[in-house]
Structures are given as C-alpha cells and as structure tokens.
Design a protein around this ligand. Structure first.
Ligand code: IMP
Length: 191
C-alpha cells in the first residue's frame, strides 16, 4: 500500500518510516511534487491533523495521512500544546521555543509533561484518527544533539536520558509518534 505522508519534516518522516513495515510505503510531499507549507490554523491537534490530510487529499485524490504533535505541560495548563511549533513566534525556532518553555517553567516544581500525537488517515476520503501519548518531564537545561524540537529538554518516564540523547531506535521505545503509528499500521492491516 502507498500513502502520501503530509509533512515536510524530515525527522517525522525518518521516525515514521522506521516503524512502518515493508507493506506500507510512504511518499513524502517532496516526492509527490507538492511544494506547500500546509497551514495549521486550528485550536486542537485533531483539527490541525484533519486539516492537513484533507488539504493533501483535495490536491492529490490519493490516500494519505498527516500528523500533528504537541508538548502539553501540566504547570502551563497544557501549553505549548497546539502552539508547540510557533511557541516563541512565527520563526518556528526550536531554540527560541525551548528558551521560552524553560523561562515559563522557571521556579515551578511540577515539570511533568507529555507529548501527544494525533494522526489523521484518509482512505478513499474516509477519515480515521489515531492518538499516541508519551509521559515525561522537562529538565532545566538542554542535553543531547539528536532528534528535533523539544527533544533536548524532554525525558520520557522510564528513562534518565532526554530524547535528544537517544537514537531513533531508543526514542521509539517511548515515543508518542511510534505509539500512534503502530495504531495506524494495525488499522491498515485490517483493511
Ligand atoms: P507539528 O506537529 O509539526 O505542528 O509539531 C509541533 C512542534 O512540536 C514541532 O515544531 C516541534 O517543536 C515539536 N515536536 C513535535 N514532535 C516532537 C518530538 O517528537 N520531539 C520533540 N519535539 C517535537
């Protein structure tokens, strides 16, 4: 089965390809010749994921999926959440986003957080949603060079390493995206 994955984020493509078996081939937007930055204007991860997959289905009429992920910090009432990519502004800088997060958490004792991924799959125009959650905590200083986004300051429950100190195989032992992708694969294997 071939599916377009509606993202331009190479990290997400690598992580999801590492979970999908050989039966499911994903085509990136670049490989499909689509050069657009899909907007994420909504207030929930679910609406953004749906919006992205519908945009690509409308353009290509090809089965596809998209995902939207947010970091939800308890002490910040679930922020940055759906605003994770643009937390510190439209520049979408990973470093500026982390700086703002650490500054907003400064002096707070509860540093628990979770990554939540929502995948929207469109098969023949019918949508199914899948969710994956990884619980953890935010540390005070960045550690590690791998991964992307908030990985250098997030330690998943059950580890003492940040995601940025793990390779993809190790991150996948905990990852929100891996959990959502496994549900996607299980569903695809039933149709
Ligand atoms: P989006 O799903 O592309 O809107 O991602 C939102 C933002 O969340 C990204 O720009 C990253 O900063 C962050 N993010 C998403 N997934 C991860 C992850 O697996 N690790 C760390 N940060 C992530």
């Amino acid at each position: 089965m071939k599916l377009i994955f509606a993202t331009n984020n190479q990290h997400k493509i690598d992580e999801i390809r590492s979970v999908l078996g050989k039966k499911i081939e994903i085509i990136t937007l670049k490989e499909a010749g689509i050069n657009i930055d899909i907007p994420e204007p909504y207030k929930t991860l679910e609406e953004n994921a749906s919006g992205k997959s519908k945009t690509i289905f409308d353009i290509t009429a090809t089965n596809c999926f998209s995902e939207d992920t947010g970091l939800e910090v308890n002490e910040l009432n679930g922020e940055p959440g759906v605003k994770s990519a643009r937390y510190a502004g439209e520049g979408r800088s990973f470093d500026a986003n982390i700086e703002k997060l650490l500054s907003n958490l400064s002096g707070k004792s509860d540093r628990t957080a979770r990554f939540r991924t929502v995948i929207s799959l469109l098969i023949d125009g019918t949508e199914t949603l899948f969710e994956g959650i990884c619980e953890g905590r935010i540390i005070e200083k960045k550690r590690g060079l791998q991964g992307f986004g908030y990985d250098p300051v997030f330690i998943p429950t059950g580890s003492d390493k940040t995601f940025a100190e793990m390779d993809i195989v190790e991150k996948n032992r905990f990852s929100h995206r891996k959990k959502a992708t496994e549900k996607l694969v299980a569903f695809l294997n039933t149709i």
